[in-house]
Design a protein around this ligand. Sequence first.
Ligand code: ADP
Ligand code: MG
Length: 701
Amino acid sequence: MANLSLITPIEYLKGVGPQKADVIKKELLIFTIGDLLQYYPFRYIDRTKFHKIRQVHADLIGAQILGRLISLKEVGERRGKRLVAQFRDETGTMELVWFQSIPWLKKSLKIGSPYIIYGKPVEFNGAISMTHPEMELYSSAEKKVGNMTMQPVYSSTEKLKKFNLDTKGIQKLQQTALEAVYNGIEELLPAYILQKHNLIGHKEALLAIHFPQNVNELNAAIRRLKFEELFFIQLRLLRNKQLNTQKFKGHRFDKVGDRFNAFFNERLPFPLTNAQKRVIKEIRQDTNTGAQMNRLVQGDVGSGKTVVALMSMLIALDNGFQACMMAPTEILATQHYNGLKELIGEDICSIKLLTGSTPTKERRLIHQGLEDGSLDILIGTHALIEDKVKFKNIGFVVIDEQHRFGVEQRAKLWRKNVVPPHMLVMTATPIPRTLAMTLYGDLDISIIDELPAGRKPIKTVHFFENQRLRVFGFIREEVTKGRQVYIVYPLIKESEKMDLLYLEAGLEGLMREFPLPQYHISIVHGKMPVKDKDFEMQRFVKGETQIMVATTVIEVGVNVPNASVMIIENSERFGLSQLHQLRGRVGRGAEQSFCILMSGDKLSKEGRKRLDTMVRTNDGFEIAEVDLELRGPGDLSGTQQSGVLEMKIADLAKDQAILSEARSRVIEIFKEDPQLLAPQHQQLSIYLNQRAPGISWDKIS
Ligand code: ADP
Ligand code: MG
């Protein structure tokens, strides 16, 4: 077969064929030879390190053992059915157990043959065993290509294994593929970059990642491929950003006028923090360039993002435009609306609220006001992006708590005017630098890293169940002082019933401890009709109730300055960023605030680290870093919907240094050669034209 290349469909590879190709495509999303070569091993077995059965214990993460399979027996019935093997070396015998793929294993495992096995040892009734170990015949391990001490392990599936595509089969394919295309694999990075960053070549790296001769070679390959992956992501992001400013004309706000000044001089009830001033200035500069602004404002809870949004909207108004602000929930939208109205008063501009529960009549009036231009600012939920909602001249859009909205929804806002409005995205979930550079690499980022003066840092403690009486006593004290208290129960995603169970179980005790008429309790949870929720929230906001018992619906944005205690029940069940968000509900007034993390006695290592981190620091950025480290980028709130994070080899939690290197390099390239016209950048330009032609709406904002 002549002329195979990286883009040749996988079925043309020797030994694949249509059937096998089909299952490879379905199971691994590998379509071309290039895709296959990017299917990297997830682990390497160091072939020089073996354990003896007698030394194996359950604390090992994994153990590699050379021994002989001496028997194979199916035991148990139906769901308890399993395959059990005796595996022996010169020091002892252990059991290997399988619950799945039993018929296939019975056929393929060879009793009496020597195997190299790898797996996690577990202890059961005093005996060591392994469940679903990786199995490799010793004879075929020996015949491995070259003389590798680092042997790659690929993840496979049951279906693939039926086609002999276990780790060994995949390795064989990699070998065939590399032999077929190796000489034709082109370098993707300019030579000077390889030199500057001390990187090995692309094809050398591909060879070494699949067939490393030693650890050094493997590490060099990994570094090269990580750099490459991050480099091209940054290249695409920063090119988009560049095109964005060139292509999309934006409304030019060239003045600050009456409304802004009236608010600033007559109504603003506090001096702005330096961080707030800086961000308003950044927005002001952006909106005065003639290009469309896409800016992300990151600021910890309570850092005062709302007033920044308001003042930016007023600049839009001063330049003859309308503005809107979208929040993820009705409660939040309503709160923003009330808060903004209170801040700005009656006479500076007209401002209205549109949510799913706005009555039809009011809705019609709003639509009309938007279309004839008499309505200046619209606050709302998703209701805002419906096609029916048409503006006369929308110039500025604020999206609060951005991660709750999908890209599609944001794109819809873009299309609400001929020239797209400026976009200000606000998030209270601080994102670690590496993530921000990747998720929002094509946005400009502002950071409000300063809390308004006079705030006392929230005191956080971690209590166990047996300290509950103390907690009740503390609640009583605070309520007597006139403060209000939140008690939050976890929301169990898998079971909404469970969610209520927690809350209801807790509630019984609370009602006994805090009886009427002295104490009034508000209850808010996700299953309640919106109307009831709002009613209960309002009672708390107005101070008619002292204790708010809730599930996480109160998580985002809710602002009750008089609330000074946040109690989080089963806090070990919450993610770090969620805990931090919840804590941010208190500490909004002048009083000392407290956060009490209640937990059971049994904590996982991770759970303990989360609670310890909360007790140690109030800094959202620091917390975000720990969160990234614990959970990995894919699970952080706000990242789920982003394809950017589906990386083949780089890991944002670990590869911060390589990412910074790659991003700086890309920035440098665009600075020196914005059009990528220089000969040494030709291949980058080709890459961009092939892989990321133009801009899609969805990529932006
Ligand atoms: P977040 O950034 O969490 O959205 P908010 O905008 O809701 O924070 O602000 C939190 C509280 O702080 C509000 O009550 C707001 O009025 C107040 N605030 C905002 N900026 C300042 C400031 N510069 N000085 C004093 N209080 C401020
Ligand atoms: Mg807010």
